[in-house]
Design a protein around this ligand. Sequence first.
Ligand code: NAI
Length: 462
Amino acid sequence: MADKYDVIVIGSGPGGYVAAIRCAQLGLKTACVEKRETLGGTCLNIGCIPSKALLASSEKFEDASEHFDHIGIDVKPKLNLKKMMAFKDEVVEANTKGIEFLFKKNKIDHLKGHGEIVEAGKVKVGKDTYEADNIIIATGSDVASLPNIEIDEKKIVSSTGALELTSVPKSMIVIGGGVIGLEMGTVWRRLGAEVTVIEYLDQILPGMDEEVRKEANKIFKKQGITFKTGAKVTSAKSGAKGVDLTLEPAKGGDEEKLSAEIVLMAVGRKPYTDKLGLDAVGVEMDERGRIHVDETFETSVEGIFAIGDVIAGPMLAHKAEEEGVVLAEMLAGQSGHIDYNCIPGVVYTWPEVANVGKTEAQLKEEGVKYNAGKFPFMANGRARAMGATEGFVKILADAKTDRILGAHIIGPSAGDLIQEVVSVMEFEGTAEDIARTVHAHPTLTEVVKEAALAVHKRPLHI
Ligand code: NAI
């Protein structure tokens, strides 16, 4: 038997590594188990970070190819995909090494290998068993597929394979018009692929504000993505030339055949709990295969906790991180709190899409009376100067108290702009609070202020 810890975290993604750092900061003797060679989990290795590197690089390529001419810069860019991928790999390496450094700095032991809980308080890693007062499961999620469709990561790829293609496919079919489908579809469209997105529902980006979804569909269509909504894929067969797909209307009807060089499967992710020993120790799952936890993140077994994608809630890195911090503080005897209504979501396309809080549809369903204020980027000087005038900011505030209930943005830097509203919501602030706050001119943030003014029907620049 090796050392005894206060906390062993299983998984080193954003949930796990942040939980480990916060535990160590609070004086708890902490170890983190990771089976991948590098730390950082899906997000740093094969998710958020490499996809953002490719999104940033492909955006520059498209800007140089399509948009520089308009502002008086004559260039003819040539794509060097190998170098673009090498840059992405460098970014990933710098980030994962960064976590190694943070582990050393905080004296967190990195236990390399697959972690299995053998009983409450005991984790087996390889041949060794380690003891801990508390175990945190932060094993994240894995790609989901469709029945009878096998992801081979060559022709039928998940986001992992889509980050590693060695040449630009002539055509790509994306199954799923959610976050991954739109981000990765955008990367390969910008680099030259003909991209078709097939979405089961009647509109892309489920769960988001209706107007934002429509606007996103319109903008991405204009950029060259073909959408087939209300359609479900029933089979996909890989052949020598590419992949043959069969789809049919979601509501039933005649079959259609499509083919493409590459198919990207982006129909969601599922909690990853393989070979963790949960059944044997009696950790209960919910009806959707997620680990069931109480409000302190404790599972049905005392001393075993879970955070991030393996439990309920949005599968987002920042949600997992916050849960990690809150849990660490509770384990150290402090109190912790997370407001699930204040978790922003961002889609890193161009323009970006971001949201927080309730949509109009949700408020209507809940019978809440609200005022909506909307302001377009078109009427903002800075957006015009940047040549980035598509989209709008929409703020929803309680009709009686003016408290902000939600915000929905499609437009340049939406992912950064949403944060102002998130902070105001955390402080239970109102639309009037934003409207009366000085915003620097000329900045995109003025669109948020104007949307807040529009809640009270007094925008200044429209
Ligand atoms: P998603 O849940 O965002 O989208 C999946 C889409 O596939 C949905 O629109 C769904 O209606 C559609 N779909 C399901 N079955 C289908 C079928 N048979 N045929 C056609 N369409 C079908 O899942 P996605 O994009 O795979 O992302 C997985 C997770 O990763 C999400 O929870 C997402 O939030 C997270 N993520 C977050 C990112 C970000 O914050 N920027 C980036 C990438 C992923």
